[in-house]
Design a protein around this ligand. Structure first.
Ligand code: FHN
Length: 453
């Protein structure tokens, strides 16, 4: 499919799909899965390069059916997906003309990137391509432009050509996920030229922030071509990518990438899996702060997805079928003090209460909401809820003792306008204006003892 045509007149609204998508599948797939020790095994275990190459060239994921991956992503509510086209080990999952170290020329005889874009597009899922700038096989990568200018120039050309292939031969790409620019600053990669080419080939595509300027590594500071490039400040790129943490970027789109296991991104034998509630908590927390979650899976060496991942994703997919309106396209919540129950998200005039701690009591109170509530619904069951609202507090009644779902029940509050906190609730206690709390404490008095005794 040719890259999306854009008319001269309308500027492409790059990434207008992003927050509506909310939830993506990150896929770390490559020959490293054979070792079952994560995606960096060649480096972490300092394996013999030739031996690793021999093993990798024989790798053949015979049970790989990318349509299965795409169908699971659709069923569990993931609206975009990002596949490692090449990780730091250098093995390429597409038919590249730059090296024979790829899945078409070696044992699989398959263009796995082609299968990925076709399968996920067929399910209506947007396409992200992960690309590592690092290639641990290549000495010039380690030596850098200062110590090996000719080798670095050849390596940089190899990288630019691979990016060009990926953005030319696989149709419209929605997201490009650079990784591994360390320790070289963007100027060393000729970042400006690279991004200019990418924008020409795929004008509607989002590029992440990981080509941005690193501080030049020690010893590079004055190296010609390695100075930090003011075109690539820390906030370069179209979105931020906090990793293994949920840290909002208040200035622009952001996406937290997280593993669904404890630590490694590539398949790891014996890893421990986070529970469905912990994974759902990641999704709800990113949404409550206005970001996306890119949740990782490392498929097994044969191409199948680990069973613990599949069961967890199906549980989250079932939850999203019922409660997705609280996540997709939400603007972040944090309207009132709800931390004693769970998380909040907002969308238009609706405030969603995502209840992580179901206390089995028939009523739930929300302090600090200034906007008038018109209707309250237990979204999980569709049941209308009675409520009473004073200037200080909203009390919701008629809640069932047993939690209506094993994961997080959600209450939808339909309000008179976009939900707003009261002045005293706007500022968070620890960084806000203490005066409302001074008055609140003064209501009791000054003494240290229980008054009146
Ligand atoms: O070194 C990589 C790592 O293997 C993995 O791909 C993560 C995913 O975001 N990125 C780098 C570490 O920041």
């Amino acid at each position: 499919m040719p890259p999306r045509k854009t008319s001269k007149k309308q500027p492409v609204a790059r990434g207008d799909w992003f927050r509506d998508a909310a939830f993506g599948m990150f896929i770390h797939f490559g020959p490293y899965a054979l070792y079952g020790r994560g995606e960096q095994v060649i480096f972490r275990d300092k394996l013999d390069q030739r031996e690793y190459e021999r093993v990798a060239c024989k790798w053949n994921p015979r049970r790989l059916n990318v349509r299965d991956w795409a169908r699971l992503a659709r069923d569990c509510g993931m609206r975009y997906a990002c596949l490692t086209t090449r990780h730091h080990d250098g093995y390429c999952l597409w038919e590249t003309g730059t090296t024979d170290y790829n899945s078409v020329r070696q044992a699989p005889k398959r263009d796995i990137v082609r299968e990925f874009v076709d399968a996920f597009r067929a399910e209506g899922i947007r396409i992200g391509l992960y690309y590592s700038l690092v290639d641990w096989r290549i000495p010039a990568y380690w030596e850098g432009p200062a110590k090996n200018p000719a080798g670095w120039q050849a390596f940089r050309g190899f990288v630019h050509e691979q990016v060009r292939e990926l953005l030319t031969d696989y149709g419209s790409i929605d997201m490009f996920w650079f990784d591994g620019n360390w320790p070289h600053p963007a100027r060393a990669w000729h970042g400006r030229e690279l991004v200019a080419m990418m924008r020409r080939l795929q004008p509607g595509m989002l590029i992440n922030n990981r080509l941005h300027a690193q501080q030049p590594a020690p010893g590079y500071e004055q190296t010609p071509g390695c100075e930090a490039d003011d075109a690539f400040p820390e906030d370069a790129g179209d979105f931020s990518t906090p990793e293994q943490e949920i840290t909002p970027d208040r200035q622009r789109r952001w996406e937290s990438c997280m593993t669904s296991t404890w630590r490694l991104w590539g398949y790891t034998t014996g890893e421990r899996w986070l529970g469905a509630d912990q994974l759902l908590d990641m999704l709800c927390k990113t949404a409550s702060l206005g970001g996306n979650l890119l949740l990782n899976v490392g498929p097994k060496a044969d191409g199948t997805l680990p069973a613990p991942y599949v069961t967890r994703m199906k549980a989250i997919g079932a939850w999203l079928k019922r409660h997705g309106e609280a996540i997709y396209g939400s603007e972040g919540g944090d309207v009132t003090e709800f931390v004693t129950y769970g998380l909040q998200t907002r969308r238009g005039n609706n405030l969603y209460l995502i209840v992580r701690f179901w206390d089995r009591r028939p009523e739930l109170t929300v302090a600090g909401l200034a906007t008038r509530v018109r209707k309250a619904t237990l979204l999980t069951t569709g049941k209308a809820l009675k409520f009473e609202q004073t200037p200080e507090r909203l009390t919701i009644r008629g809640l069932p003792a047993s939690p209506p779902t094993k994961l997080f029940p959600v209450i939808r509050l339909e309000c008179d306008g976009p939900p707003q906190p009261q002045a005293w609730a706007r500022e968070r206690l620890w960084c806000g204006d203490p005066r409302p709390y001074i008055a609140w404490a003064r209501e009791r008095g000054e003494g240290f003892n229980v008054e009146g005794t």
